[in-house]
Design a protein around this ligand. Structure first.
Ligand code: GLV
Ligand code: MN
Ligand code: MN
Length: 418
């Protein structure tokens, strides 16, 4: 049914909708697509079909990213890479990630239908792990492509104790997914805004100026599991009560900073997890972000200090692992100008905004200049099944992306004319 739709932004949205349910989701009644899960494998197959229909040659790399290549006039010229991510958060929305891939495919489909050959190739990347929703790491796959991943980072397991090495990738070859700087002309990512600014401004799209710095920790608190009925309150070492105090300290430190720093405990697991057992082992995550890395680090230090004090006062053991650390990532100034001009070409007023959410573009910046285009989403809601994007806004984004590609090709020709 989706294939019967005419090409364009509406088809890109409909394709995301198709991927929002089984077999492309690992949960019933909502969307969860974990990296390397059965739903992930089914999604790679479907995406591969759409890439091939658009005229691309399709391959899967050593990190299980899916890549479609649309050849240019000069096959050895660095390629324009367009990408976003395939994975989702648990019970997430349908457009965070996949829409950027679908719009990349629509760009190629439009160029093929118009019989256009660009001087450079376009490669559409579907990145596997951006959210970090399955393994205790995030953006593994774009870090691998950008050459930013240490082999030790692959020694991880999901909450069911399935190691990455047993999940369907060969970790010894994982870093072969890496690309060289000479292979990338620029990276372009279109993404829903995940915030309310564009809606408030009455705009369909906006040029992203940069992405906030991120830091993520995995915290383990160990107390003593015991009988909930027989252990007197004064004799307990309750890991969950200790973690609760720590979580409130995380919130308090970020609030009291009164800056753009945000800190979130988004995942917690208490073991053994029974109503009549005092929890002996608790794991939770902390995510800290800011537009400024020094501000982020200062608040993170205060948080870690408070956690250590609480552990001591409550007589629980506590270990903290830094699992993710990304500096702020400014978008390329020249590409921002190109995006503004492309926005006008497509009949929309240019507008600039910053991204508090992380994106694969943060890593791809290590290979070359990056550009991002945000698309209005309803109420700014994201990481939520209520996430919604209007097909007309996706179509506006597609027009801007095509104008951006056109301008990039003209620039390329004028700077490579001999
Ligand atoms: C990705 O969605 C992130 O910002 O965590
Ligand atoms: Mn997300
Ligand atoms: Mn995303």
């Amino acid at each position: 049914m989706v294939n019967a739709l005419p090409p364009g932004g509406a088809r890109a949205v409909a394709r995301c909708d198709e991927l929002g349910v089984a077999p492309y989701s690992d949960m019933s009644g909502g969307l969860y697509r974990g990296y390397l899960s059965p739903a992930y494998a089914a999604t790679l197959d479907r995406l591969g079909e759409w890439m091939a229909q658009a005229g691309m040659t399709v391959r899967r790399d050593a990190a299980a990213n899916l890549i479609g290549r649309f050849e240019g006039a000069k096959p050895d010229a660095p390629a324009l890479m367009i990408g976003s991510h395939i994975d989702s958060v648990r019970d997430g929305g349908r457009y965070d990630g996949p829409l950027g891939i679908m719009l990349g495919i629509e760009c190629v489909d439009a160029l093929r239908r118009e019989g256009k050959t660009l001087p450079f190739a376009i490669e559409v990347y579907g990145f596997g792990d951006e959210e970090g929703s399955r393994f205790p790491a995030a953006m593994l796959t774009s870090r691998a492509v950008a050459g930013l991943l240490e082999p030790e980072a692959l020694d991880i397991a999901d909450s069911a104790d399935t190691a990455l090495a047993d999940a369907g990738v060969d970790v010894a070859r994982y870093l072969e997914a890496g690309r060289g700087k000479a292979e990338m002309l620029a990276y372009l990512e279109a993404h829903i805004e995940q915030g309310p600014v564009l809606e408030d401004e009455g705009l369909a799209v906006g040029t992203v100026t940069g992405i906030a710095a991120q830091l993520r920790y995995a915290v383990t608190v160990k107390g003593t599991a015991g009988h909930a009925g027989t252990t007197a309150m004064r004799l307990r070492s309750d890991a969950l009560a200790g973690a609760a105090a720590m979580i409130l300290a995380v919130e308090q430190e970020a609030r009291e900073d009164k800056s753009d720093v945000v800190a979130t405990v988004g995942s917690i697991e208490a073991r053994p997890g029974a109503a009549n057992v005092i929890p002996g082992d608790v794991r939770f995550t902390i995510d800290v972000r800011s537009g400024d890395a020094a501000r982020r680090d200062r608040v993170a230090e205060q948080i870690l200090q408070r956690i250590a004090e609480i552990a001591k006062a409550r007589d629980v053991e506590c270990a903290v692992d830094r699992i993710h650390d990304l500096p702020p990532s400014p978008c390329d100034p020249k590409l921002m100008e190109l995006m503004d001009a492309a926005t006008e070409d497509a009949g929309h007023p240019p507008f600039r905004l910053v991204s508090g959410a992380g994106h694969d573009a943060m890593n791809m910046a290590a290979l070359g200049p990056t550009a991002m285009l945000f698309i209005r989403c309803k109420g700014g809601v994201s990481h939520n099944p209520a996430e919604h994007v209007e097909p007309a806004d996706a179509d506006a984004a597609l027009r801007v992306m095509l104008a951006f590609i056109d301008r990039l090709a003209k620039d390329w020709k004028s700077s490579n004319a001999c």
